[in-house]
Design a protein around this ligand. Sequence first.
Ligand SMILES: Nc1nc2c(c(=O)[nH]1)N[C@H]1C(S)=C(S)[C@@H](COP(=O)(O)O)O[C@H]1N2
Ligand SMILES: [Mo]
Length: 413
Amino acid sequence: MAEWLKKVRKGYGRKLAGLHTWNGWIVVVLTFTGLILFQGLWRGILGEGRVLIRYVHIIVGLASLVPVVYYLLLAGKHWKQLRGKTAQRANVVIVLALLVGWLLSGLVLWQFRLVGPRAAGNALWIHDLLTWVGLPYIIYHSVTRLKWLKEPHRRTVKTGREGETMAGGVHPAAQPAAVMSRATFIKTAVGAGIAIAIGPSFLKWLGGQLSAGTNYEEAVATDANKLFPAPAPLPASSPPIGGGSKGEFRIYTVTPIPHFDNTTFSFTIDGLVERKQQWNWEQFVALKRQVQVSDFHCVTGWSVYGNTWEGIKLKDFLQLAGVKPGAKTVKFYSGDGVYTDALTLDQASMDDVLVAVMHDGKPIPSDLGGPVRLVVPKMYAYKSVKWLNRIELIDGDHIGYWEQRGYSNDAWV
Ligand SMILES: Nc1nc2c(c(=O)[nH]1)N[C@H]1C(S)=C(S)[C@@H](COP(=O)(O)O)O[C@H]1N2
Ligand SMILES: [Mo]
């Protein structure tokens, strides 16, 4: 055996225990940061803290490679030691598979730019699936392994003097069977608790994966916007020429979801323009629209393919208002009062940048940024401002909401 390997394996039992503890803490940190990243609720509350949490998640995730490799060096001996202990061997395999699966899919997600949206989408799917299957397993594993849950004869309680337990008269293994049932009861309770706590989100996630469009239909059905008349779809939009979008939007917002009616809706173009424009809903819905099919990519890894959007090209708006010579940047405001973003004049003049009013032949529901949202297909979706209600031309630069909080100003997919 190589000298270095001998060194690694010296003090094997102590090292194995240390590894287990370290690994446990890594999983705890990854769980908390991961759940925060997953939960839409935290987006607005944390702001730039979210980007920091993402870094912590990535760095600790990468660091989880260390205990895995270290364990593999000790694995031969450990495996022999577990001969006959099927449950424990299975546990080792499951935990290793989870860690490696999370690590590999996490690497792909981290390098989303290199791998492109398809691979990132698949990696996100695997990362989520492993989480929904693996996390309950690991929680169950750690809770049921707590010392106070073990039957007394399996506890390694040190007695003051050697042989004292024996002298006490009752051999621990001779404890009545009732103790066993207590442990079984608690394990069952813990399992049920986890199922109740995590089950619904898991089923919801699974449902979203299996039946694309359910959430969307729900969002359309419960649309909080009350705007009349409803936009009438063009023939290309209904049925959608894209055949209907494939994938699930995840509803992202940094504010409570705003909604609008005819008295609160308005749409404005101002700043460095020749002719400032303002529309109410009746006027806005009468503007001539176009239909376009495009893909939608979020930086966090999910995509929705083949969306049929219907709306007004941004470049038509710019032409209508007349851009003044000094203008350099097109700034977008959301009706949520918080979110903004910007494009250069060149980017804003791209043919596929759309001020969208309909998606797959239906009004865009409030959850998804309706009645009016920006769509910039060639860029990550943080440029696609939801509840768009104002376009301003400015001479300087503008750093958007997420760009201020650490997202790259270069959003090209
Ligand atoms: N007003 C506003 N627009 C927004 C956001 C937001 O939080 N607020 N999130 C952006 C991000 S990061 C993404 S991925 C998409 C998500 O769109 P969806 O919620 O319709 O899926 O909206 C973008 N536009
Ligand atoms: Mo996003």
